[in-house]
Ligand binder design. Structure first.
Ligand SMILES: [Zn+2]
Length: 419
């Protein structure tokens, strides 16, 4: 089956309308919040999506108190025995930049020059910021007005899944097996799968949360949190000779031993890092909070060993000082789990190819909901949603990406019917 021009046109129009509607709903998540979902506003988008899913005649629609939205699309006639697949995207946007009162702007027929923002005169977007822009000359590009992020991460993914669902209803010739849709809250603060009802999801899922057109991600960081506690001794500074053990000062020396070349600001592609996120304390005690990231678990283990060695050295150098090191494994490189899932990956590659795009296998320098799901026994590769420079005021998406990702979803579902 080939997706006709008529269907392509429908997908572009439908996905775009939905996308422009969804980005206007404020859904920033909040890592400091103890509630679930972390912000009430995410429920508003979930409510709207539940209604739209109902209009598209999906079944078993559930919008639970945690903010998750689930829905099932029954298979086309004669495809009842096809293995079900799940499509996942997240409702929230990053705290890094305001997501309130997003006013999307469409820059028609992009000519390769600088894009300016009406609400931020100092801001501009050009090919130096994002080399992919040079491939998007002639396309329509959506940005914010420069005062907020756009929210293509991940409302593009939501719009694409919804547009594919709308196409399945309107064009019955598009064959598919059973499909489960799941929209998750709080992905950006790492809680996206914390309250997920695993039993409602099929054995194979895909997130639509990647970046540029054509991308398929089957690998992510192996991720650790590290906390280093320094316990010193305070004495009046005038009488402190040979007595004071200044915890925070020693902590700053200790942290300066971390290799500068292995920091987020000096690494890219497959190189991992130490990232100091917080240091607080006083003479008595100080605490440093770090994350360690690498594609290779061994490299992270070496970083932990290095911190252990520094602890030993510093306790020798400053008698009386106590250092406490704690490591927490946050998530695995999902390749560990996806390596065995040749079929799920092969079909995703095929679908991207059928949509007329070059397949770009990419490694995520972070994690997704799929990372945790893969760990929980639901292998979940990540397909592009089309947005670039996410978590930024310069975030943008070519409208063609909305159409192409929806096409990929339709081809993917069709590919599964042949298995
Ligand atoms: Zn995302």
């Amino acid at each position: 089956m080939k997706i006709s021009k008529e269907i392509q046109k429908f997908l572009l129009q439908d996905a775009m309308e939905r996308f422009l509607r969804y980005v206007k709903i404020w859904t920033t998540s909040d890592i400091k919040s103890a509630s679930f979902p972390s912000t009430e506003n995410q429920l508003e988008l979930g409510k709207l999506l539940s209604k739209e899913l109902k209009d598209l005649e999906l079944e078993d629609i559930l919008h639970d108190k945690f903010g998750y939205v689930y829905a099932n699309l029954p298979p086309s006639e004669g495809f009842e025995k096809v293995k079900p697949i799940g499509l996942i995207a997240h409702l929230d946007t990053s705290q890094a930049v305001s997501g309130k009162d997003v006013k999307p702007v469409i820059h028609e027929n992009y000519d390769g020059s600088e894009i300016l923002f009406s609400q931020n005169e100092e801001l501009s977007l050009n090919i130096a910021d994002s080399p992919q822009l040079s491939e998007y000359i002639g396309l329509d590009i959506i940005t914010s007005q420069g005062d907020t992020l756009l929210g293509a991460d991940n409302k593009a993914g939501i719009a694409e899944i919804m547009a594919a669902s709308a196409a399945w209803k309107k064009f019955p010739e598009l064959n598919h097996g059973p499909i489960t849709i799941c929209f998750t809250p709080d992905e950006e603060i790492g809680r996206g799968t914390r309250k997920i009802k695993k039993n409602l999801l099929p054995k194979n899922c895909y997130t639509l949360d990647g970046s540029e057109m054509g991308q398929l991600e089957i690998e992510c960081f192996d991720a650790w949190g590290a906390s280093i506690k320094f316990k010193g001794l305070n004495v009046h500074p005038g009488y402190a000779k040979n007595l004071m053990i200044n915890a925070i000062h020693i902590a700053s020396r200790f942290l300066s031993e971390l290799p500068e070349a292995e920091s987020p600001e000096h690494t890219e592609e497959r190189v991992g890092f130490y990232h100091l996120m917080n240091l607080e304390g006083n003479e008595e005690k100080a605490t440093a909070t770090l994350i360690l990231r690498d594609f290779d678990l061994k490299n992270n283990q070496n970083r932990m060993k290095y911190l252990e060695t520094l602890k030993t050295l510093y306790e020798l150098r400053y008698p009386g000082l106590k250092i406490e090191l704690n490591f927490l494994h946050q998530y695995h490189n999902m390749l560990t789990f996806l390596e065995k899932e040749e079929k799920a990956i092969k079909l995703a590659k095929k679908a991207i190819d059928l949509a007329g795009l070059e397949v770009k296998i990419h490694s995520i320098r972070g994690g997704t909901d799929g990372t945790k799901l893969s760990e929980k026994g639901i292998p979940t590769p990540n397909i592009f949603a089309g947005g670039l420079l996410f978590h930024s005021r310069k975030e943008y998406i070519p409208t063609l990406a909305l159409q192409k990702a929806a096409e990929v979803i339709i081809y993917l579902a069709e590919q599964w019917t042949n298995e």
